[in-house]
Each structure stands twice: as structure tokens, then as C-alpha cells.
Design a protein around this ligand. Structure first.
Ligand SMILES: [Fe+2]
Ligand SMILES: [Fe+2]
Length: 243
């Protein structure tokens, strides 16, 4: 396996590793490194990928300099290697929403995590990261996204997940592939609140959508979020009808 590195926005690096057997056509696991005076990592990858991912990150920034370890929610591909990163970066701290800290991370992290309130900003020095609670979107109670304000990059985690090993950035539609992957994985917690939560993210007017699984995009970002919300809302209504 190889990890590709692309700068998808100024100082926002995408590290992408395709696992061919994870889905038909392959499935990418992506981490994002935000450069600043206090470098921030979004997603650690699972523990088994730590040697590969950490070697790749070290090509962009010294591991010891990483200050913040972040992720969308508590699953192994998002945060499995968080303690490995805490071990190699002595100033690093996990930062997550207060709920996720209380439910899981206060116990799981080898050093106490920083608890963030909804909307709270971490100033990285040159970049500004806003924490946004999105409970159960796309899944897990402690789910959240991050918004980098200077590049207007929405670190959307598992939202828009799609299969294949496409380019780092695509101009193509990402909603259709996300709905096809939803048919395959049924990974999204489809509730009456899902669409409203995603529509709120569209009001941020992001200029980059940084995806954990699949290609990121700089094209029609807010429209894509609204289209995804509409499609999920329809699915919820159809389920209610057939129940
Ligand atoms: Fe997930
Ligand atoms: Fe994921």
C-alpha cells in the first residue's frame, strides 16, 4: 500500500491510502494535515496503518510538532492510532466535543483530551479550526465536523463516503457516488434530524469539501450538501411510509 499526498487547499494536505479489498474498486482512507504554528491532524488511521501514515506525515511536518489530534467520531479508521501519535508528539493533545470526551475519550486517550464546545475555535496560528457538533451525522452520538475558516475547508469525515481510488480533487458529482455507497454500506444514521444537520453545514458556504473516503472537491460545495440532505430526507420519508 502507498500513501499519496496532495495539498488540496493552502496548507491543507490530504494523505490517501487505497485498500483494494475494502470495497469493489477499492476504498480510500484519508487523513488531513493542517499546517500552522500548531499543526493539526484530522483522522489518525487505524493502528495497523500507523507506520505508513506517520511516515507520510513526517514528509510534511516533523511528527514531534503535531499539536492537535482530531477526528470526526470514535471508530478505528478515524482515531485508532491516536495514542501512537500522542506517544511520538509530546505536545500533542486530542481535541473533541465535550460529549465525546465524556462518553469515550477521557477514558481511551493516554493523555486528557481538550473538550470543545459547539462552535469553539482553535487558533492554529495561520489557520483557524471551528468545531461543530453533528450528533449522529453521519453516524455516532459524538460525531462532529471541523471547519477551517481561512480556506473555508469543511473536514466532513464520512459524509459523502464513496468507493474507488479517484483523484485527490474532483469536479465531478460526489452526491451520486455517495448515495451508491450508502446502498452498499448503510453507514448513515438516517433520522428526522439528519437533513437539517447537513443543511446547516451548507450555510457555512464551504469552498472545499475534504472527504475521508473518496475524492475531495472544490466544486459546488454548498449545493452538494443540500442535495445530500434532500436525498437523505427522501429516504427517511420512504422508510416511514413503508414501516
Ligand atoms: Fe465512521
Ligand atoms: Fe471513516
Amino acid at each position: 500500500m502507498q500513501t499519496r499526498i496532495d495539498e488540496i487547499a493552502d496548507g491543507v494536505y490530504r494523505l490517501s491510502t487505497c485498500v483494494p479489498e475494502a470495497a469493489p474498486g477499492g476504498f480510500t482512507f484519508n487523513q488531513f494535515l493542517i499546517k500552522g504554528d500548531e499543526p493539526l491532524l484530522f483522522h489518525t488511521g487505524p493502528r495497523g496503518m500507523f507506520p505508513l501514515v506517520s511516515r507520510s506525515i513526517a514528509r510534511i511536518v516533523e511528527l514531534e510538532r503535531i499539536r492537535w489530534i482530531t477526528f470526526g467520531h470514535v471508530e478505528s479508521d478515524e482515531c485508532g492510532a491516536m495514542n501512537e501519535f500522542l506517544a511520538v508528539a509530546s505536545r500533542a493533545q486530542v481535541a473533541h466535543g465535550a460529549l465525546g470526551c465524556m462518553v469515550s475519550l477521557d477514558d481511551l486517550c493516554d493523555r486528557p483530551p481538550r473538550k470543545l464546545a459547539d462552535g469553539e475555535v482553535i487558533d492554529l496560528g495561520g489557520k483557524r479550526i471551528r468545531h461543530i457538533d453533528t450528533p449522529h451525522v453521519p453516524h455516532n452520538w459524538e460525531a462532529r465536523v471541523l471547519f477551517e475558516e481561512t480556506t473555508r475547508t469543511l473536514l466532513c469525515g464520512d459524509l459523502f463516503t464513496h468507493t474507488g481510488d479517484g483523484p485527490a480533487l474532483t469536479d465531478s458529482d460526489i452526491v451520486g457516488p455517495a448515495l451508491a455507497a450508502e446502498e452498499l454500506f448503510h453507514a448513515t444514521a438516517l433520522t428526522v434530524a439528519t437533513a437539517a444537520t447537513i443543511r446547516r453545514l451548507a450555510t457555512l458556504q464551504p469552498q472545499v469539501l475534504a472527504l475521508m473516503h473518496g475524492s475531495s472537491t472544490r466544486t459546488r460545495c454548498d449545493e452538494a450538501l443540500v442535495e445530500l440532505a434532500d436525498a437523505y430526507e427522501l429516504m427517511v420519508k420512504q422508510r416511514e411510509k413503508s414501516a
